[in-house]
Unconditional design. Structure first.
Length: 129
C-alpha cells in the first residue's frame, strides 16, 4: 500500500513539473539582412544600396556580420522583445564578439538596430532574397 501511494505521489510530482527551455526565437529572423537605411545623428536619413553591409542570423543563435561582403565579426546573439505593436516588435539585441547591446525593432521584412533618439544612429536592414 505504501509503495503504491509513493508511486502515485512521485507520478503526480513528475507530471506537475514543467520543462524549462529557451524562449523560442522568431524563425522569420533567420537569414541575411542587408543595410538599407541609416538614420539619426545630425544628418538626414540616407538610403544605402548594394553596400555589402549585412547581418546573417542563424537558428543556432549565432550571427555573422559583413562589411563590404567580408566577414568582420561573428558570435552569438540574443533578442529580448519588450513590446509588440501591430506587426512591429520592440526590444533589445545583444551580440558577442565584440560585445554589443542596442535597441531592436523587427517587422516581417525589416530589422532596425539602434535608435535615432538622442541623436544616435539607427540602421535599418532589409531581408536578402
Amino acid at each position: 500500500m505504501k509503495k503504491g501511494l509513493l508511486f502515485i505521489v512521485v507520478l503526480i510530482c513528475m507530471l506537475a513539473c514543467k520543462k524549462e527551455g529557451n524562449p523560442k526565437v522568431n524563425s522569420g529572423l533567420f537569414g541575411k539582412w542587408e543595410l538599407a537605411w541609416v538614420s539619426g545623428g545630425l544628418r538626414p536619413s540616407v538610403r544605402v544600396t548594394n553596400s555589402g553591409n549585412m547581418y546573417q542570423f542563424n537558428s543556432d543563435s549565432t550571427y555573422v556580420k559583413y562589411l563590404d561582403n567580408k566577414v568582420v565579426a561573428s558570435g552569438k546573439f540574443s533578442i529580448r522583445i519588450i513590446e509588440t505593436q501591430d506587426t512591429v516588435k520592440f526590444g533589445t539585441v545583444t551580440l558577442t564578439n565584440p560585445d554589443y547591446h542596442d535597441a531592436w525593432a523587427e517587422t516581417p521584412n525589416t530589422i532596425t538596430i539602434g535608435t535615432s533618439a538622442f541623436d544616435g544612429p539607427s540602421y535599418e536592414y532589409h531581408r536578402v532574397k
